[in-house]
Write a protein that binds this ligand. Structure first.
Ligand SMILES: [Mn+2]
Length: 377
């Protein structure tokens, strides 16, 4: 008896129910509700239009000097370059891979549950400038093109009136692409402390990594910090974090690394120091200096970032890296990058590009958190 009653009740409910068809795909704002019978706003929607980092506006930052463009404070620029690698190539497709991994990030939906802040909606205007035009046939020319790109983008008038030099976050590209960025930050801010997240030291003497074949061969993704030191672009208060890859000889590489101005937090030091310990060590070392943060995505364990050229096991997790990066707030970060993302080796879940996109988000947060004035000229 009970069963018959309940069936009858169910049938009654079903008959009375209105059937509402889902809205036609593309007409509804994916993050909110909209009455499509009265309005049809197609002006903003995620996953539509051309892909920019975090759905930010695209600005033609490289337009001719006398062309008026929208002012900005923080510029994202891609550096599609991977002919300075010693292992797997593919990072030339990193910029668009990172953009693809960032599609779910958007200024209207970015309130941090950790800080309560939305860094896209504070004082800084953040834009995506697209990619630098780099030749893939001549590394020397390509690196000059990238230097010029940084100079043009950072020479624009900023949107904010007090902080007049726009800062740049580069989407690599192999790690060689950090060298032109450092050459450009030097012009605005002088020598910087580099906080270098990587599994490799990247200060190799070009005669060691490059084999002394030619001057050209010595400029690569494992020697750029040696060259930056040689050119006087970096201070001896620099730091590597997450190091675990072997070096080429018993003593010379690490002694040389020190001579280039670096101290090291090794990957397993995190087990002993804890994340706050690592944060405190890094902050103490670079205190009072301008800082450039470069994140080689291979600082992460290949479980978290398989899509990279020279993967090394035994690395940090994505959460650990993000906690350490966010812990650096308060530093005067004048430039930053995420490099060595080679999307071809990623998995269908886009593990690496999702991680890289969130690292960029943390770098933006650091820049917004601490505005930096250009050096007096
Ligand atoms: Mn590297």
């Amino acid at each position: 008896m009970y069963r018959i009653l309940s069936l009858t009740a169910f049938a009654g409910t079903a008959l009375a129910r209105d059937i509402t068809f889902p809205p036609v795909s593309g007409l509804q704002h994916p993050l909110g509700s909209m009455d499509v019978s009265t309005s049809m706003d197609v002006s903003t929607a995620l996953y539509s239009g051309l892909v920019t980092y975090a759905n930010l506006p695209y600005v033609h930052c490289l337009a001719a000097e006398n062309t008026a463009i929208e002012p900005y404070d923080i510029a994202i620029v891609g550096a599609p370059f991977d002919t300075g690698v010693t292992a797997r190539p593919g990072a030339r497709f990193g910029p668009n891979g990172i953009r693809q991994g960032s599609r779910r990030i958007a200024s209207q939906f970015s309130w941090s549950v950790y800080t309560g802040r939305n860094y896209f909606q504070e004082w800084a205007k953040v834009v995506d400038c697209g990619d630098a035009p780099l030749t893939f046939l001549d590394n020397t020319v390509a690196l000059k093109q990238l230097t010029k790109t940084h100079e043009v983008i950072s020479a624009r008038k900023a949107n904010a009136s007090e902080y007049t030099v726009p800062r740049i976050i580069t989407l690599g590209g192999d790690h060689t692409t950090t060298l032109p960025a450092l050459r450009s930050t030097f012009k605005h801010w002088g020598a910087v402390s580099v906080i270098h997240f990587d599994s490799h030291i990247d200060t190799w003497d070009p005669d060691v990594l490059g084999g002394g074949l030619s001057h050209y061969a010595g400029v690569n993704h494992g020697t750029f910090l040696h060259i930056a030191h040689e050119e006087g672009l970096i201070l001896n208060s620099s730091f590597h974090a997450g190091i675990r890859a072997p070096v080429a000889n018993r003593k010379y590489d690490l002694q040389h690394d020190k001579a280039c101005g670096f101290h090291i937090v090794k990957a397993r030091d995190l087990d002993r120091m804890g994340m706050q310990g690592v944060i405190d060590t890094l902050k103490k070392r670079v205190a009072g200096t301008k800082v450039y943060i470069t994140v080689d995505i291979d600082v992460l364990d290949p479980a978290f970032a398989p899509a990279t050229g020279t993967a090394e096991v035994g690395g940090w997790t994505t959460r650990e890296l993000l906690t350490i990066l966010d812990g650096l707030s308060g530093l005067e970060v004048v430039g930053a990058d995420v490099v060595e993302v080679a999307p071809i080796y990623d998995n269908p879940g886009e593990t690496t590009t999702l991680a890289a996109a969130e690292v960029v988000h943390s770098l933006i947060a650091l820049m917004v958190d601490t505005p930096v004035k250009g050096k007096a000229t």
